[in-house]
Design a protein around this ligand. Structure first.
Ligand code: ADP
Ligand code: MG
Ligand code: ZN
Length: 196
């Protein structure tokens, strides 16, 4: 495959849970794959929610993905001939992902990273914000606010936990607009306040 070094770049797809980040990653990687451009997709080994060796969206789209422990193992697993490198759940990687994505792009690869830009408290969720600064292309996706149907910008945790990482789907998290989002409260507490 003909490839020039200046064809490498970084794309970031960010937003809250349910905003279609994985769907978009799958779409972007699949169109290259269908055109026989060599692709590889990775995910952090800790994300075992739906499948171990696939990226699966909430709408059940999927693509094969290799689970990797950290950014260093990701870099080692990228093959010389690979042109498109997809990475899902980028927020679960170490900060080394920034240098890894940069060197892959410098080597002429198209790096597409999907991930949460903010955590459940609305704080920057690195390495995604740092990757956004290094990226040629940034797409911010919005979900539909689970409470009011407005622009879902944040991820509201609806179970009680102070852990940064709590794996889960629709029973653990909701997408919320800026008005309905309250990082300090779980769904249950919000409901209790309103009905008091
Ligand atoms: P992400 O990777 O950003 O969490 P996915 O790509 O896995 O999102 O899933 C996106 C899909 O989730 C949508 O196409 C839709 O079918 C479904 N979905 C469920 N709840 C919502 C919501 N509140 N807003 C938008 N999409 C939702
Ligand atoms: Mg996803
Ligand atoms: Zn709302």
């Amino acid at each position: 495959m003909h490839r020039r070094a200046d064809e490498g770049w970084i794309e970031v797809v960010c937003g809250p849970m349910f905003s279609g980040k994985s769907e978009e990653l799958i779409r972007r990687v699949t169109r290259y794959h269908l055109a026989r451009v060599p692709t590889q997709t990775f995910k952090p080994a800790l994300d075992t929610r739906y499948a171990v060796s696939e990226v699966v969206s909430h709408s059940k789209l999927s693509t094969a993905a290799q689970p990797v422990r950290d950014s260093e193992s990701l870099l080692k697993a990228v093959k010389e001939q690979t042109v498109v490198v997809g990475i899902d759940e980028g927020q679960f990687f170490d900060l080394g992902l920034i240098d890894v994505a940069t060197s892959l792009a410098m080597a002429g690869k198209k790096v597409i990273v999907a991930g949460l830009d903010t955590d459940y408290l609305g704080r920057p969720f690195d390495p995604i914000p740092s990757l956004m600064m290094q990226a040629e292309y940034v797409t911010k996706s919005l979900a539909v606010c689970h409470r009011c149907g407005g622009p879902g910008l944040f991820t509201q945790r609806v179970v009680d936990s102070d852990e940064l990482v709590v794996l889960g789907g629709g029973d653990t998290y909701e997408a919320r607009c800026r008005r309905c989002y309250n990082p300090k409260k779980t769904h249950q507490q919000t409901w209790e306040m309103e009905s008091a």
